[in-house]
Write a protein that binds this ligand. Structure first.
Ligand code: PEP
Ligand code: MN
Length: 341
């Protein structure tokens, strides 16, 4: 038993009664009030619930049906929730008809550059601003990010442009400071299976952009989303950013088939990051268009006013004029698949 579907108009009292019953069996639950009906997602080792116990719950007042989910991820599955999840970030809804574009530098470098890039991406039509203040670099000698100072610059750029901020967390110890500034918390590819970090972001009321691990299967990725959701935070979006393959012509292999696969398996919004997917600026635009064509709900794209001097990922960053051109080219693609941008 993994899901308890409630009858319409079930009273608060009856819901509480059901929750108490689950608790007495050592199970936790999350109540999700959908547009059509309310469902209770049961968390924990539900395999221990016997058929008799399941029947007893089925007989309780307010219960319409009790369903078992066969997938190892429950809350993230389409079986649990049929309708697409829409995540509202300050009035910007990710997962609806509109395709959102999150743009900005790989790393926040200084205030002047940050403000300049923010203004440029806003002018081109981006609806979110990205920028890392805590950077997961392969070398300990590379620029590691500005920390809280960087978050302050992002915040100033948000104030100027109105664009909500997406920024990465690497360590649970930074959770307080990051939640203070961020509108969306990014979990990077390298931390997709940092389970302690996932549990911590699961406890805050902030949307999470969960990137796919460097060599993670879709199932492992959804299990990571489940970690976050199991703690109560249902606002998770999945971001395909390329996986490791034998191919060396591109930085990673952008797995665009993951988009329609995810749409089948989960109700969560899907974001595509063509920048890290290909690693080369001239390949970003075609893959961004392809991502929109296959059903991405949002794109995250690295933009820099001076890529040659960027402190990280300059080789895959678009200059503002090319980003503007791409934004214009994306519109008819979005329209062709019944979306808008
Ligand atoms: C980034 O967004 O700059 C980043 C480090 O991404 P990823 O975790 O996908 O490599
Ligand atoms: Mn980057």
């Amino acid at each position: 038993m993994d899901i308890i579907v409630l009858k319409p108009d079930t009273s608060e009292y009856d819901v509480r009664h059901i929750l108490k019953k689950l608790e007495s069996k050592g199970l936790k639950a999350t109540v999700s009030s959908g547009t059509e009906r309310t469902i209770i997602g049961v968390i924990g080792d539900t395999s221990k619930v016997t058929e008799e116990e399941e029947d007893a719950i089925r007989a309780m007042t307010g219960v319409e049906n009790v369903v078992r989910i066969l997938k190892p991820y429950k809350l993230a599955s389409r079986e649990f929730k049929k309708e697409d999840t829409e995540i509202d970030v300050k009035g910007n809804v990710i997962g609806g008809k509109k395709i959102h574009v999150i743009a900005g530098p790989c790393a926040v470098e200084n205030k002047t550059i940050m403000m300049h890039i923010a203004e440029e991406v806003k002018r081109a039509g981006a609806t979110f601003l990205r920028g890392g203040a805590y950077k997961p670099r392969t070398s300990p000698y590379s620029f590691q990010g500005l920390g809280e100072e960087g978050l302050k610059y992002l915040s100033a750029a948000r104030e100027k442009t109105g664009l909500p901020i997406v920024t990465e967390i690497m360590d649970p110890r930074d959770l307080d400071v990051i939640t203070k500034y961020a509108d969306v918390i990014q979990i990077g590819a390298r931390n997709m299976q940092n389970f302690r970090l996932l549990l911590e972001v699961g406890k805050v009321d902030k949307p999470v952009l969960l990137k796919r691990g460097l060599s993670a299967t879709i199932k492992e990725w959804l299990m990571s989303a489940e970690y976050i959701m199991s703690q109560g935070n249902q606002k998770v979006m999945l971001c395909e950013r390329g996986i490791r393959t034998f191919e060396t012509a591109t930085r990673n292999t952008l797995d665009l088939s993951a988009v329609p696969v995810l749409k089948r398996l989960t109700h969560l919004p899907v974001v595509v990051d063509p920048s890290h997917g290909v690693g080369k600026w001239d390949l970003v635009a075609p893959m961004a268009k392809a991502a929109v064509a296959v059903g991405a709900d949002a794109l995250i794209i690295e933009v820099h006013t001076n890529p040659a001097e960027a402190l990280s990922d300059g080789e895959q960053s678009l200059k503002p004029d090319l980003f503007m051109k791409l934004m214009k080219e994306l519109a008819p693609v979005a329209e062709a698949v019944g979306r808008e941008i």
